[in-house]
Design a protein. Sequence first.
Length: 134
Amino acid sequence: MKKIILLLIVLCFGFTHAQTIESKNHSTTGYIKSDGTIQDNNHSTVGYIKNDGSIQNKNHSTIGYIKSDGSIQDNNHSTVGYVKSDGSVQDKNQSTIGYIKQDGTVQDHNHSTIGYANGVDMYWIAVTFFFFNL
């Protein structure tokens, strides 16, 4: 019985684990939980990224979509940008607006560091840093 309770505790903490979003100065600006919940630095929920790729605000209204081809769309399904497999982030005109490095470093178009999000899906990083003000 103790093993079952311990297993349940471990599983619960595993599903609620959050990755930290940091500014360029390593100040915590928010969190992204493994279930796609986006929180501000006070742990208040500001949005969600759902398994189907929809992006929702804190009221669960859909504000955008992450598509399987790497495009990011607004709530009207108009493309607002792209996330390439190499980590480059482009606007709707395919001009590079930033980069997401494998270690989670987020850079602007001049390769200046604007933040960090180690262990976070690069599409989720792009949504939070470049496309939606969550």
